[in-house]
Design a protein around this ligand. Sequence first.
Ligand code: PAZ
Ligand code: MN
Length: 915
Amino acid sequence: MASNLTEGHQEHNIEIAGHINNIDDQNSNHNSDTTTEKEELREKDMSPIAGNSIHRSSSRPQLDLSGAAIQGNFEEKDPTILLPNQSDDISHLALDIGGSLIKLVYFSRHENQPVNDSRRRIIKARLGITNVNRRSYPILGGRLHFVKFETTKINECLDFIYSKQLHRGGMDSRDWQSEGSNTENTVIKATGGGAYKFADLFKERLGISIEKEDEMNCLVSGANFLLKAIRHEAFTHMEGHKEFVQIDSNELFPYLLVNIGSGVSMIKVDGDGVFQRVSGTNVGGGTYWGLGKLLTKCKSFDELLELSQRGDNSTIDMLVGDIYGGMDYSKIGLSASTIASSFGKAISENKDLEDYRPEDISLSLLRMISYNIGQIAYLNALRFGLNRIFFGGFFIRGHAYTMDTISFAVQFWSKGQAQAMFLRHEGFLGALGAFMSYEKHGLDDLMVHHLVERFPMGAPYIGGNVHGPPLGDLNEKISWMAKFVQKGTEITAPVPMAPPGTTGLGGFEVPSSRGDTLRPDASKLNVGVLHLVPSLEVFPLLADPKTYEPNTIDLSDHGELDYWFTVLSEHMPDLVDKAVASEGGTDDAKRRGDAFARAFSAHMARLMEEPAAYGKLGLANLLELREECLREFHFLDVYRSIKQRENEASLAVLQDLLMELDSMNEETRMLTLIEGVLAANIFDWGSRACVDLYHEGTIIEIYRMSRNKMQRPWRVDDFDILKERMFGSSEKTPRPYKRALLFVDNSGADIVLGMLPLARELLRRGTEVVLVANSLPALNDVTAMELPDIVAEAAKHCDILRRAAEAGGLLVDAMVNIQDDSPTNTSLSVPLMVVENGCGSPCIDLRQVSSELAAAAKDADLVILEGMGRALHTNFNAKFKCDALKLAMVKNQRLAEKLINGNIYDCVCRFEAAS
Ligand SMILES: CC(C)(COP(=O)(O)O)[C@@H](O)C(=O)NCCC(=O)O
Ligand SMILES: [Mn+2]
């Protein structure tokens, strides 16, 4: 690491650095045991890579291992294996071709190349992580995309398939990359009537065969997959209020699936592949659209739906009040506003069709059909003793009013015993089911924690109108964003849907959300792109993963939402400046910066309108969305130079700090270390208040100021409990922790002067230390990739760190720079390791962590979470199977008030014994 510091090297005399009394042996040794380690690795990796080609049936997408060869270094634990005969994409396209819409689900492989990262290799060997789990999946990671087209525009669908070459990556095409290659043997799974009707067209235009899959089968397997694998899939919708329902996959069956397409099917589902179509009705989406078209002259389903938004059905429907002179018929529980007879008023009035407003007709129709479906569904649930009814199909289209009406019917007739639930991927059940019918791509084994949903701009749409930028191409995406701003049009966020407007009394009043809040295209999807990451796991030390909720701040509270949206909006100009500067300030970077700002603002506007649009919304999701948005526009590490500068400045004063610490007795040292962590957590480029502070002093000045403010008691102060656990009491001699997981936060002083000295103390006390850092950059958080270099640099000043880092295999690469080569017995030291957490956000969701972290957690008996993101915004209320220490400085006034009844810059030191 360079030593030409900007600020730190002039500032060595930090307050706590007094006399020089370095207890660390400065003589280092990097003669580590790497030879044995490599031998071990080689031995473990001797498992044969299946030699010859394996049979591929037309419906069995499998890896073609013929000609497989190890690429690169044979000594690596997980060398890249080249599969010359494997087409890049495995199973990847399925269709549901319905009467009105074509739904398409396709899979794309991750384009990311495996990173040749020695830290990863070493940690895997050390923690005994094999790739057995991952290799059992033909799909090693990729993305599921959801796209729809109007059936009348089937040619656009075919063009789309062609433009993305989806027809060539099919099951039997081995050489799809070569232009004009043969697609004759390619078989694509499809369901819905159109699979029969358009089979010839697919053959003619794309040269591919359609393999028809049973529609009911597909609906059921699609629904089962969604309900088991997607966390925020099912929700209730009552009086405009949407609430996600956590479905325990072990208690999923039986349920009633009501699929509302052109017609309606009602299916009793008892298990995977175990179902019965118990009922249906011919009065469905097609009826609404068909009658609506005749009666209103509307040109599209969405237009008709939009009309209903401004309608008043009481002009056309006969209400109970019309019959009872404005009164309720309370004896049988009917309010005056209840519909007695849909369209009933038209009989008694001497009016023609033209005399009725199309808006009112549309609403009346919508209510008639939705209510009828809800009622029949309930009667069938009653017939089979089912409490849960899931409604799917594209008729619903996330339309608040439709859902409210259905919910009301179910609620009303069941007297609250049965519950209507809706699905975010409502329209894709069949297509997903067809996709699942490709045996065996491992998808059906995926669990909730293997799937991460992302919402890139424009991703879910292509067909019909242009709703968003074309998928994938950054340049076109940027132009699209610019175009919308020029037109002064509101950008449609990627997964918009109808507004959350309440429908008033049980869905039987006039919709309160009027047309101006409904976007021009109401057929919005509520889905993003599903990333399949089979290596993600649930953090094993969570006391109760089922009840764990990462977010402390729930943004379904509108007051909170408003506040955090304002905060994040205020951050935007500075963030964009930094992002552009991080990419050299070029014109291209400026364009990308603008596009990022627009995209993130569009997401925020979308979420402001419908907070639950992307699933349950917490602050952590919003902060992650911002990072994802930056990555979408190729800003990979905005704070890179700031992080480097602060690391260098902090490393320059580390030695003084360590000497000062070493001069203290154990108990004072522990207190000073915790103070140090809290004080150094002030270096947070995500906090508005802190960034303002940085204009007022150098890193070291701020650090000093922060340290000076560390008077106890802190706002949350469990230090005495921690001290007792560490040092014991007169009755109890403590046993040192075996392994501590330190979830580290920011670069610079935070890691170097805060967490590393704490880690060193634990190591000194015989505890193995695992530093858990982000997999991807987020704000100024330190990443797992960056940490080994920082540790190596720190190890130059400290023998404890050096020996531990060597024992943990951390210095293998970095040791090259270390001058001192006197022998050290690494076996005497407990190891210091670095693992990645699987996240790229300032917060951490412990339901989805890296396999490295999960493996490291197995022997851990202490978890330390540091920083606002990891310990306050998320996990503040998390309970662990082992002891936990949550350390953070609160750098936001509102959060301080809300969470700890305190003030900005107050500190939290929360110790919780294993639960
Ligand atoms: C983004 C953060 C969670 C990062 O905090 P950290 O985890 O680094 O302590 C935090 O800076 C934050 O909540 N910022 C937004 C609020 C504000 O600007 O006050
Ligand atoms: Mn941080």
